[in-house]
Design a protein around this ligand. Structure first.
Ligand code: ADP
Ligand code: GLC
Length: 470
């Protein structure tokens, strides 16, 4: 199949979270399975350093306004990257916000992105069999494809839409409907995610568990009715883990490599991070977290729980991330309160993400909700026992100790006392080296394969093609 991805992040090019990893992981696996993949991405500021080999210009009319842009290409490991270039819209340092607030022209930017990608797809000689959009940034495609291209070469091309995070919907004032020509006869607010849920030919989200949660409130963030209406077209496909990138025996970022048979390298990684962050060498467990600092990741109950717990334990904790100011402030405070045990690394670097994954004894991921989650998959492979709240994809991928075959610590209630209990449970597990080792080994033996996920996507694509043809 010739598949066109419409997405706003791609690992190695632009990333604010797991969406980037997932888009790359799936694109590479589809390619390996013999399909052809083009990835349309906005040309953000950071993407001007990539030289392109060919380009086309695209002109179109949107709600009475004339627009033009260039679509520039380069090849990344076999995948054709098609950058939609428009300096005013996309040549900015950050994709969606200025660091504090979302850009006020986001509705126009991402409607433009979708329309430009479709216009290019219609003009290009390569004929796509299917278009696959990811998250709200690609959602306008669902409407434009049906309304603007019904009599074009794209008429028979289905649109499959993946929900990586149902909380990001991009709701905007009713006037945007007219300005973007998205259901202009309606007078209520425009919700990009809802538009895709209504008009895509097939839908999926990134785990079966989260798919079921989206049928209800509050998990569906107001859209449960729509998910229920589309239930027959809506499936859950678990993300994979890119084991070429997340491979402790070959990871070039690590100071020592290791595998399940010999974990001595892991101990060296732990010592290296301790030295780097000035944490003392002691016989205590190291807990790590790498994440966007948002309510989704459970910080509202994790931070108070840590504050209570650190006063009574010798354990060490390192959190790396960027995000909401209130969490940054609370994390900075924790470090002041517990200078011997707690480190907040404010920022994000791919190298440090790998080093922390390798160094930790436990990985903290007590999310309030989690569509799939990739960091727990990386942790499992790195022998860093994940401590998770059993929700969405976390519930689907981590078996909580002490059940047979356990691969992590798991708990249910999203509150401070349950989180505190889970932290204590982790300490208890760590104090039983044989049990800890078994849980660690169980995790390292898991295989969350992208090729398997890609097979499910191909089956979904085939269903979408069938529906479109009948
Ligand atoms: P989510 O997509 O909700 O952030 P996942 O666990 O699916 O959660 O994916 C997280 C991915 O994003 C990992 O590759 C992680 O290293 C990376 N990541 C975590 N925090 C940041 C950040 N602040 N900026 C950029 N990437 C991040
Ligand atoms: C989103 C979700 C995360 C998921 C990722 C990739 O950012 O929050 O759970 O793993 O997308 O699908």
């Amino acid at each position: 199949m010739r598949i066109l991805f419409i997405c706003s992040e791609y690992e190695g090019l632009i990333k604010t979270g797991g969406l980037a990893d997932a888009c790359r992981g799936l694109a590479q696996s589809l390619l390996a399975a013999g399909h052809q993949v083009t990835v349309a991405l906005p040309r953000y500021g950071a993407l001007y350093q990539h030289s392109t080999v060919e380009w086309q210009s695209v002109y179109f009319n949107l709600a009475g306004r004339e627009f033009g842009c260039a679509v520039r290409h380069f090849n990344l490991d076999g995948v054709d990257i098609a950058l939609v270039e428009h300096d005013d819209f996309f040549r900015r340092d950050r994709p969606y916000d200025d660091g504090e607030h979302g850009y006020s022209d986001n509705p126009l930017r991402f409607a433009f992105f979708c329309k430009a990608a479709l216009e290019w797809a219609q003009q290009t000689e390569q004929k796509f069999d299917l278009i696959h959009g990811h998250d709200w940034q690609s959602a306008a495609t669902a409407w434009y494809l049906k309304q603007h291209y019904a009599n074009s070469s794209l008429a028979q091309v289905p649109f499959v839409f993946s929900i990586h995070n149902g909380a990001y919907q991009e709701k905007c004032a009713p006037h945007w409907r007219r300005e973007l020509d998205i259901e202009p006869q309606r007078h209520d607010e425009l919700n990009f995610l809802a538009t895709a849920l209504s008009y895509a030919d097939k839908l999926n989200t990134v785990s079966a568990g989260y798919r079921d949660e989206l049928m209800h409130e509050p998990e569906a963030a107001g859209l449960s009715g729509l998910y229920q209406q589309r239930a027959a077209d809506f499936t859950g496909i678990l993300n994979g883990c890119d084991y070429a990138i997340w491979h402790p025996a070959k990871d070039p970022y690590l100071s020592a490599n290791y595998d399940a048979g010999d974990l001595s390298g892991k101990a060296r990684c732990k010592a290296a991070i301790r030295q780097q962050l000035q944490l003392s060498e002691e016989k205590v467990p190291l807990f790590v977290a790498v994440s966007r600092l948002t309510g989704q990741k459970g910080y509202d109950y994790l931070l108070p729980a840590l504050s209570l717990w650190l006063a009574h334990t010798g354990a060490q904790v390192v959190v790396m991330g960027t995000g909401e100011a209130r969490y940054c402030k609370a994390l900075t405070l924790l470090q002041q309160q517990f200078p011997a045990q707690f480190r907040f690394v404010h920022g994000f670097s791919e190298a440090m993400a790998h080093q922390l994954e390798a160094a930790g004894d436990f990985f903290l991921m007590p999310s309030l909700f989690e569509p799939c989650g990739l960091n727990q998959l990386y942790s499992l492979r790195y022998g860093t026992v994940p401590l998770v709240r059993l929700t969405g994809g976390l519930k689907d991928t981590v078996k909580p100790w002490p059940v047979r075959g356990a691969s992590g610590i798991g708990y249910t209630e999203p509150d401070i006392s349950a989180t505190l209990q889970a932290l204590k449970q982790a300490e208890e597990l760590y104090s039983k080296p044989r049990s800890y080792r078994t849980v660690q080994q169980n995790g390292m033996a898991q295989n969350f394969s992208w090729p398997k996920a890609a097979e499910h996507y191909v089956a979904l694509y085939q269903q979408a093609l069938w529906v479109k043809a009948h």
